[in-house]
Design a protein. Structure first.
Length: 365
């Protein structure tokens, strides 16, 4: 670890502590933290947004999410992401694939070659990388309101994903020597086949820990078992310097491509993950990942509500504010009022590509 935590991974908090804090006693504080006042760093700019002419809303979703978050009244500091360079893309992708996509010679993850989509790609991956740098700097975390990463492999796009911002972030930070090991906790509905492919092709199995729960759980009958298992899942990342968390909205039980967690269970998932990583002393960067629900007005408001809840869970996990034990349906007025003017707590001191069946959410041989 380049930034030693005052809570070493091997001591201080056990998995039982995490379970107790995150699942059983949501009103307790981590008394070992040193408080600093700080808004939530969110890396966003309009250059991340395009109309992809697709069923998936992901290319246009960052702008909608940001507007929804502004309405919550939670303290947010918007920061301009540094765009990813061609050289940085090429640390995680085949250079020819990178050039072909950026110059419209190859289809993007939406199945088209729109220049507007290509123009967003340095900024969406850049948001993830910039947020990771900030998380390593503040020892807590940061947010990248983007998606469209984990189905992109070393030399292929697919499933609404063109370049894999998760693996680009990991590869750049490893190349620069800023981290020794990166965790990817992928709670999207669908398996990150592109992430797996890139890890294998770049021989990063010892430096990138990748886990997604859907194939192990993935049914409503297993939802509570998954929530209870989160502390053990987080134990996979104990030796990581940073965790990249895909807080997908598409596992929602009403999502057309999902179907196993309720709104409340998604909030409990996010809260347990974010609180648990805080107690382990591991910085986290989270993004939006998937989400495809629409309401009767053809709006993605149901998806935005889920992303709102993730932001509230993040604020709760890292804030020096009273924890409020209530359901997410009860939260909007009471919790938002409590979260205004938060004082954040700081950790002191300082490969063969698989053929992917998107509908079945698992790689084929």
């Amino acid at each position: 670890m380049l930034h030693p935590s005052p809570y070493p991974h091997s001591e201080g908090f056990t998995m039982n502590d995490i379970a107790r804090f995150t699942l059983q006693n949501p009103t307790q504080h981590n008394a070992k933290s040193a408080a600093i006042e700080q808004s939530i760093p969110v890396f966003y700019c309009p250059k991340m947004v395009a109309d992809a002419a697709s069923f998936s809303p992901s290319a246009g979703k960052p702008a909608l999410v940001v507007e929804s978050w502004k309405a919550l009244g939670v303290p947010i500091e918007f920061r301009e992401p540094q765009p990813v360079s061609v050289e940085q893309f090429s640390l995680a992708h085949d250079p020819k694939f990178v050039a072909d996509v950026l110059h419209g010679r190859r289809e993007n993850g939406f199945g088209n070659r729109l220049p507007a989509v290509a123009a967003t790609l340095p900024y969406t991956s850049g948001a993830m990388l910039s947020a990771a740098r900030e998380a390593l700097n503040n020892h807590l975390g940061a947010v990248a309101p983007c998606s469209g990463f984990h189905h992109a492999g070393y030399d292929f796009a697919g499933g609404f994903c063109t370049f894999n911002g998760l693996m680009i972030t990991a590869a750049v930070l490893l190349f620069e020597g800023l981290v020794h090991k990166v965790g990817i906790l992928d709670c999207d509905q669908h398996w990150g086949n592109g992430t797996d492919d890139t890890i294998g092709r770049l021989h990063l199995q010892g430096q990138v820990v990748h886990y997604g729960p859907t194939r192990e759980f993935g049914t409503p009958a297993r939802a509570e078992a998954f929530l209870a298992r989160i502390p053990q899942v987080l134990d996979l990342f104990r030796d990581c310097d940073l965790v990249l968390y895909q807080a997908g909205a598409d596992p929602h039980i009403h999502d057309p491509l999902g179907g196993w967690l309720t709104t409340e269970q998604l909030y409990q998932r996010d809260r347990a993950v974010l609180m648990g990583l805080r107690l382990l002393g591991i910085p986290v960067v989270w993004n939006l990942a998937g989400g495809y629900q629409r309401d009767e007005n053809d709006s993605i408001r149901p998806v935005l509500d889920i992303h709102d809840n993730t932001l509230l869970a993040f604020a709760e996990a890292y804030a020096d504010a009273p924890r409020i034990d209530m359901t997410c349906q009860e939260r909007p007025e009471a919790v938002i009022g409590t979260l205004r003017g938060l004082s954040f707590r700081n950790r002191s001191d300082e490969p063969v590509a698989t053929t992917y069946d998107f509908a079945r959410s698992r790689p084929k041989d």
